[in-house]
Structure formats: structure tokens, C-alpha cells
Design a protein around this ligand. Structure first.
Ligand SMILES: [Zn+2]
Length: 447
């Protein structure tokens, strides 16, 4: 299902709209934003120099640090009295990154979120249990706005509260879950313990995002909950969730709302724009934002773009599901490693669960990688029962099973990333569960 006609524009219609919008944006920013005005002057770019979409490459790149350096409001382009909502990302170090929205920006946000929810097949008949966090984080409020826009019923339960989540799922008959994938895995475990049969609930769709997740994780979630799971992508600096989304028809690649956010792929090292189809870092220029419009914001997310018409009818450019972040990327002995690569291997093997932690250590001069993985409840119960029975043959068989699991995982991961890792199998529930974004990496190397 498609929300808006603009999602099916021909390439030339889309490009004409984008060019018109970028020219207005450059004009607006140059006139009102001293930070960018100085940058443009340094680059000797005047608003009238933007004559084609390729001229966007002449605009300066913007990083998260640039926004932080202008904390809290120096990058706002709209006057303070026109800002009607503020958000901020949780700063891992120091000050957060602040975003301000005008009324028109909120209209944009509602529009792109309405498209995303509609793309996942959600209508006004649905009840959305919105597990994304409400507050300064944009996840919860973004889904909330989109939900109201399409007329669905939204339950603003926010994150955490596992037991209450389960109660509302059963009692309210929620048909849609919007959440991080890692929290859904946690919710499913808790539900199983409470004896809930998820396939008997009214759930039918999940709109999942806010952290990279793999295709294998999608299959697990779809099986466990009996739903279709669609990926959603966004970032607070650009608008929040709704920058791009998967359609339920294809569930492969995310449609970018490119009439609002102009995408480019650059080489993260040289910052050169890469040709169509090549993987690199995703960069966005906002085309209509007023509160804090940004030129060529570096997302750090690694993906590639493809143009064409999707089976759903949309013609908007598609980005491949994000496989990792250029700053989450681990460099181990010169090799680039993404947690999602290791996750996809773990999810394929029987007897281990998708709860894992990657630990990077330095032993002598060498970096080493250790992956802690939980064995499943079933496997643990059988092994414990064999030990209690004291049957030596069965115990030896269990020990052999542990060894072969470790060996297989080790080999699969080595095949995937090209370097050796140590596998540590641990009991179920021994790795801390997150109620938001999952933490998968512990980098213990000295800086
Ligand atoms: Zn599609």
C-alpha cells in the first residue's frame, strides 16, 4: 500500500522536485545560518551555484561532532520562537546532539512516518503497541505521529515494562509491534516463560529498527511471533524514524523518502561520492527541514543505493539494509568486522541463542576476538539432567556436543570474516538483556 502519490514519481519528476527544494534550502541556510554561511564562503559556493543535483557535492559535509560543537542551538536556522519541539540523542560522551523542529518539520515527520507505516501494510484498523522509547529519543514520538496520521490506534507504552507489555498484547489485542528487534527477542522469552502462545494473539506486523539487525534475525522474529517484520530506518539529526522503510510486499531494501532527504554514498575514507550500487557511507542532505536543516550529514551507516521500480509500485530509491556503522565497525588485525556478520552466523546454528557479546582484547601486540554465546534452554536442561543421572556415556556425549558447537561456530565465523575467534558458550540468560538498543561489543583494547 502506498500513502502518497509522490512515492511513485518518475525519476525526472523526482529530480525536478529535489532540485527545486535543494535550491530553496541552500538559499534559506545561506541567508540565515552563520555557521554554514561561513563554510560556503570558504568553499566559494554561492546559492546560485547550485544548478543541478550534482552540485550538491560542492556543499560541505556535516558530522555529528559539528552539531555537538554548536551545542545547543547554534545550528538552528529557524528563529527560536518558531521551534515547537526539541529532541536530543543520548550522548555516549559529553553533550547530546540537539534537534529542533518547526511546525512544518513536524508535518514532514508525520508524512514520512505515515508512508513508513502504510508501507508495512498498517491501516486505521490496526492497534499499534509502540515499544520505542518516548522522550528525547525520537523513536516513540515519531511512530506516534505517523500512527495518528494514518488513523491507527497507538498504545504509547514505550520501552521496558516487559510484563505489562505482555498483558496489553493479550488484553488490547495489539496487531502491530514497533520496537527494536533485540527487545522483541527478550519479550518473546518472557512471554514463553509466562506460557503465552504468540501465534494465538492478533499480532500480524512488526516495524523494527533503531539498531542493525540481520536477515536471520528477521526470520526468527517472524517465526516466533507469527508476524511479518519490516525494517525502518531513521536518525534524529535528519528527522527521526521514517527516513526510509521497507515495504511489506518486498521486505528487501528500504525506500528512502528522497523528496525530503537527498541521499549520497561516499567512501568513508576519501569522502568521494561513489557510483550507483557501490557500498559506502550514507550521507543525507535535508530538502525541506527548517528547524535544523543539514548539508550532507554523515550517518556513519554503511549501505548501497539502487534505483528502479519496486513490486509495491514505489519508485523511490532503495537503500540496502544497514549492515553496520563505520564507527561500530571493529578493525581487528587490519580486517573490518561488523557485529551483524557474526550475528548472522550464530542465528544459523542450532543449540545456541541469538544472545551474544563480542569482546575485543589485546594479548601482547595482537588483537583477539572472543564471542560469548548463550546455549539454548533445551540444550542446558538436557546436559544438566545427564549430569544428575550420572550416566557417563551421556555426559561425554554432551561434552562432545559442546566441543563441536564451538568448533562449528568458530569455523563459520572464520569463513565469514576471515579471522579466527575464540568461542565461549555460556548458560541461558547469562548475558545482560537490554531494554533498548542492544550492546553487542565490549572493546577492552587500551586506547
Ligand atoms: Zn517496495
Amino acid at each position: 500500500m502506498i500513502w502518497n502519490n509522490e512515492e511513485t514519481y518518475s525519476r525526472s519528476e523526482m529530480q525536478a522536485l529535489q532540485l527545486d527544494r535543494i535550491r530553496k534550502t541552500v538559499d534559506y541556510i545561506y541567508g540565515k545560518n552563520p555557521y554554514y554561511r561561513k563554510k560556503l564562503d570558504e568553499l566559494k559556493v554561492r546559492p546560485e551555484d547550485i544548478r543541478s543535483l550534482d552540485d550538491i557535492r560542492r556543499l560541505p559535509l556535516t558530522t555529528k561532532q559539528d552539531i555537538r560543537d554548536n551545542y545547543p542551538f547554534q545550528l538552528f536556522t529557524a528563529p527560536r520562537e518558531d521551534i515547537v519541539e526539541y529532541h536530543a540523542t543520548s550522548g555516549t560522551t559529553g553533550k547530546p546532539v540537539v534537534v529542533g523542529y518547526t511546525r512544518q518539520d513536524l508535518e514532514t515527520w508525520k508524512e514520512v512516518m505515515a508512508r513508513a507505516l502504510t508501507g508495512a501494510g498498517i491501516t486505521k484498523d490496526d492497534i499499534i503497541q509502540n515499544i520505542y522509547g518516548y522522550g528525547l529519543f525520537t523513536g516513540g514520538i515519531g511512530v506516534h505521529y505517523g500512527s495518528i496520521q494514518i488513523g491507527a490506534g497507538v498504545i504509547p507504552i514505550s520501552g521496558g515494562n516487559t510484563q505489562r507489555q505482555l498483558m496489553l498484547l493479550e488484553d488490547f489485542g495489539s496487531t502491530v509491534l514497533t520496537s527494536t528487534p533485540s527487545f522483541l527477542m527478550h519479550l518473546h522469552e518472557a512471554g514463553e516463560e509466562a506460557g503465552i502462545d504468540f501465534h494465538k494473539l492478533k499480532l500480524r506486523v512488526g516495524v523494527l529498527g533503531a539498531e542493525p539487525w540481520s536477515e536471520a534475525m528477521r526470520h526468527q522474529i517472524e517465526d516466533k511471533f507469527g508476524i511479518k517484520a519490516c525494517d525502518i530506518y531513521g536518525l534524529s539529526e535528519i528527522i527521526g524514524p521514517g527516513v526510509a522503510f521497507e515495504c511489506i510486499e518486498k521486505q528487501h531494501g528500504l525506500h528512502i523518502n528522497e523528496d525530503y532527504f537527498y541521499p549520497e554514498i561516499i567512501d568513508p575514507q576519501t569522502c568521494e561520492v561513489l557510483p550507483e550500487g557501490e557500498a559506502g557511507e550514507l550521507v543525507f542532505t535535508t530538502l525541506t527541514n527548517q528547524g535544523q536543516p543539514l548539508f550532507r550529514f554523515r550517518t556513519r551507516d554503511i549501505t548501497r543505493l539502487t534505483y528502479g521500480t519496486c513490486i509495491c509500485g514505489r519508485t523511490t530509491v532503495m537503500m540496502e539494509r544497514v549492515t553496520g556503522r563505520s564507527d561500530d565497525m571493529l578493525i581487528i588485525r587490519g580486517v573490518n568486522v561488523f557485529p551483524s556478520q557474526i550475528e548472522s552466523v550464530i542465528l544459523k546454528r542450532q543449540g545456541v541463542s541469538p544472545h551474544y557479546m563480542i569482546i575485543v582484547e589485546r594479548k601482547g601486540a595482537m588483537d583477539s576476538l572472543r564471542v560469548k554465546v548463550e546455549v539454548t534452554e533445551d540444550f542446558m536442561v538436557k546436559a544438566a539432567a545427564d549430569i544428575l543421572k550420572g550416566d557417563e556415556f551421556d555426559i561425554l556425549e554432551d561434552v562432545a556436543a559442546v566441543r563441536s558447537k564451538k568448533r562449528n561456530l568458530q569455523q563459520d565465523i572464520k569463513d565469514m570474516i576471515g579471522i579466527s575467534v575464540e568461542i565461549q558458550l555460556v548458560p541461558p540468560n547469562s548475558i545482560a538483556r537490554s531494554e533498548g538498543k542492544a550492546k553487542r561489543i565490549e572493546d577492552r583494547r587500551p586506547n
